[in-house]
Design a protein around this ligand. Structure first.
Ligand SMILES: Cc1cc2nc3c(=O)[nH]c(=O)nc-3n(C[C@H](O)[C@H](O)[C@H](O)COP(=O)(O)O)c2cc1C
Length: 337
């Protein structure tokens, strides 16, 4: 079996210049993405050596399976013909939550065979009319959770570094609408619109792209149910803080039991455990999924997710912690000199 690092190299070597630029690009040097990875690697867990009976139990099952969510990622057919359908099917089969991207290559109704309560639809706030129409469409599909991504679908400076890829030309279902809205200059929403969005949807409303306590408090005061800490994998802003740091700060500034999702830089089960230790309830899996898709389509994604669950189970047991509380009390980000 390849390590995730070898898998990434192998997957990237299979890509043409255009899709590779879309996957890797967006910003100049990739400083935020680098910080996501290094802060995560610098996150240490002090093991607990007192509760040895844990080794005899299998702790994964529902607890750890419920800790994963497949991130919304658009235009997946450029990486493999199975695209979003393959990712939805693999996540569904393994009982792992999945968020459908606003930039999905498909009309979300085509993914319906793979819907469950844990499937969410992601929407970019590109004009209030656009968002309200998407919410109505989601309701008709029976979707119970909506994710509003506020870090923007900004086309970064450097998407075309490795060659040209123009998302508008591949006929993506949602991108056409988003482009039309942007052309009309109607692609901003303000505070009142975020309140209207809350009013328009009775289900669970998640805001994705929160990196500060200020924004976290603001969206909770609007009545949003969950916060998704994310810097979009470092793809949209060169100089952000890391997701690990933002998570630690936001969790320590809240005494509430607000559910926190986090993503950025996850390649291994240990990375997932580190984010849980830093305060996450759910951990988003991003590019790792795409590496699996590139290598093996639907089956590749299923293998990636299955391996991740096994690793997570092993790492949790090796840590010796029998519950999330003691794990969190013993997880910290090591200071750099
Ligand atoms: C190719 C690609 C497409 C993405 N498309 C979307 C999207 O449509 N909507 C969204 O909210 N986030 C999108 N993201 C961001 C991911 O949801 C997630 O926040 C990020 O990839 C996590 O970081 P990681 O890739 O380092 O794991 C995309 C990321 C990538 C790499």
């Amino acid at each position: 079996m390849q390590s995730p690092y070898e898998l990434r190299e192998h997957a990237l070597s299979q890509l043409q210049a255009g899709p590779r630029g879309w996957l890797e690009g967006g910003v100049l040097k990739g400083s935020t993405r680098y910080l996501n990875a290094t802060d995560l690697e610098s996150t240490a867990i002090v093991p607990n050596v007192q509760d040895l009976p844990l080794y005899e139990k299998n702790v994964t099952s529902d607890l750890l399976r419920g800790a994963l969510i497949v991130c919304p990622m658009g235009h997946l057919t450029q990486f493999h013909a199975d695209g979003e359908l393959g990712v939805a099917r693999a996540s569904h089969e393994l009982g792992i939550a999945y968020s459908i991207s606003a930039m999905s290559r498909y009309d979300p109704s085509r993914l319906k065979p793979y819907f469950s309560d844990s499937v969410s639809l992601q929407i970019y706030p590109l004009g209030i009319d656009h968002v309200l129409a998407e919410i109505e469409a989601a309701k008709k599909l029976g979707i119970q959770t909506i994710v509003i991504t506020v870090d923007g679908p900004s086309v970064g400076l450097n998407y075309n570094k490795h060659g040209k890829y123009d998302a508008r030309k591949v006929g993506a279902y949602h991108t056409k609408r988003i482009t039309r809205n942007s052309q009309r200059g109607d692609c901003r929403v303000g505070i009142n619109d975020y309140l209207r969005i809350r009013d328009a949807f009775d289900g669970t409303l998640v805001v994705k792209g929160i990196m500060s306590t200020l924004d976290a408090k603001r969206f909770l005061s609007f009545g949003y149910d969950k916060l998704w800490i994310s810097n979009h994998g470092g793809r949209v802003f060169e100089s952000n803080v890391s997701s690990a740091t933002a998570l630690k700060t936001i969790r320590s500034n809240f005494v509430t039991d607000c559910e926190l999702v986090v993503d950025g830089g996850v390649l291994t089960g240990m990375d997932v455990l580190r984010y849980i230790g830093l305060g996450a309830d759910k951990v988003g899996i991003g590019r790792l999924i795409i590496y699996g898709l590139i290598i093996g389509g639907y089956a590749g994604v299923r293998d990636i997710l299955g391996n991740l669950l096994n690793e997570l189970d092993l790492c949790f047991r090796q840590s010796g912690h029998t519950n999330i509380e003691t794990l969190r009390m013993n997880t910290y980000i090591k200071k750099r000199d």
